[in-house]
Design a binder for this molecule. Structure first.
Ligand SMILES: Nc1nc2c(ncn2[C@@H]2O[C@H](COP(=O)(O)OP(=O)(O)OP(=O)(O)O)[C@@H](O)[C@H]2O)c(=O)[nH]1
Ligand SMILES: [Mg+2]
Length: 337
């Protein structure tokens, strides 16, 4: 029986240990997650993704600094940073960047930084990231920043976790913006062209604008889940969010106030349109479906006569019948037995 109370109370050492359990997908980790879930759902989740070296960590650094030192003199927020599978260790931004702000965060008790390397499958990475985020959420962090590299399925899955997803580009990355996969644009709520001090800025912005016009705006992540719920307060004429394209220089904080305004504008949009609740509901629905599917499949397989599955697979490989027919026959086998 794991006691999650220390984590809920903000004990950093207990949290750190628990995060390792979650990352290693141990029984203790799973048991803790089940308990932590009941305490979550309050944090604001912000995803930052993009090609390697575009300046994601440097931006995270700037965003985090702002939340810890609000310009309006407001209450500093408690903040967790999750760097998923970074190509360089989190601190990259400090190499040539804003060392003062980076150092300010490292010594800050209101900030918790966790780097996660991929072990095994990327699908596993998306799952453990969700667990780590859940732990931070339950531990009472107000904002969770999630940095991921690349444009694969794992990034899309991780983006689904976030309420607001920022896609970072930089000028001159092989100029053909094909590097930005269409998939990554579909998850972008905010597009940032970082390294705006570099040549090729206008070209990159133009390319992004063109790609954005091709992609259909609106609730794309939500649609990709294949789940809709019209009766739940969805209105016909609700405003559509058009991802803005912003310029930043993460090494000197240029454009950061505008980025922060966009993040909070997006947040307000999600709240006003009900998308925030809908995204949460859709995500939990897909999680529930996955759980049910895997439980049902396991139960059904255990009831299958010995060798039935293998025999059917052999017939399938030999093209004696179609996958659909094979599935139907196998399911009937189980019912009769
Ligand atoms: N000139 C310039 N350099 C920048 C800017 N932002 C970041 N850099 C530099 O670009 C390099 C990479 O920055 P990171 O923040 O580590 O980039 P990243 O996207 O997190 O990198 P990975 O996590 O390894 O994919 C560092 O040397 C930064 O100092 C910028 O706006 N202008
Ligand atoms: Mg990084």
């Amino acid at each position: 029986m794991i006691d999650i109370q220390p984590v809920l109370n903000g004990d950093r050492l207990a949290l750190s240990r628990l995060l390792s359990q979650i990352e290693n997908d141990t029984e203790i980790g799973q048991e803790a997650l089940a308990k932590l879930f009941l305490h979550g759902g309050k944090a604001q989740l912000i995803g930052i993704t993009g090609a390697p070296g575009t300046g994601k960590s440097s931006l995270v650094n700037q965003i985090a600094y702002h939340y810890r030192h609000p310009a309006d003199g407001g209450q500093p927020m408690r903040l967790a940073i999750v760097a998923v599978d970074p190509s360089s260790p989190f601190s990259g931004g400090a190499v040539l960047g804003d060392r003062i702000r980076m150092n300010a965060l490292i010594g800050d008790a209101g900030v918790f930084i966790r780097s996660m390397a991929s072990r095994g499958s990327l699908g596993g990475l998306a799952k453990t990231t969700a667990g780590v985020v859940q732990a931070f959420d339950a531990a009472g962090f107000d904002v969770i920043l999630i940095e991921t590299v690349g444009a694969g399925q794992a990034e899309v899955d991780i983006a689904r976790l976030a309420h607001t997803t920022i896609v970072v580009e930089a000028p001159g990355l092989g100029d053909d913006i094909q590097a930005i996969k269409a998939g990554i644009l579909e998850i972008a709520d905010i597009l940032v062209v970082n390294k705006a001090d570099r040549p090729g800025l206008e070209q990159t912005e133009r390319a992004l604008k063109n790609m954005l016009q091709l992609a259909h705006p609106g609730r794309r992540v939500f649609q990709n889940l294949g789940y809709s719920e019209k009766e739940n307060g969805s209105q016909e004429n609700e405003p559509i969010w058009l991802p803005p394209i912003l310029r930043t220089i993460a090494t000197d904080a240029t454009g950061i106030p505008e980025l922060l305004s966009s993040i909070s504008a997006h947040r307000h949009h999600l709240e006003k349109t009900g998308d925030l609740a809908r995204r949460d509901r859709a995500r939990l629905a897909s999680e529930l479906d996955i759980m049910i599917e895997s439980a049902l499949i396991t139960r059904w397989r255990n009831r299958l006569p010995d060798g039935a599955y293998r025999t059917m697979l052999n017939r399938l490989v030999a093209r004696k019948l179609s996958p659909h027919q094979a599935a139907q026959e196998l399911i009937r086998t189980e019912v009769q037995s």
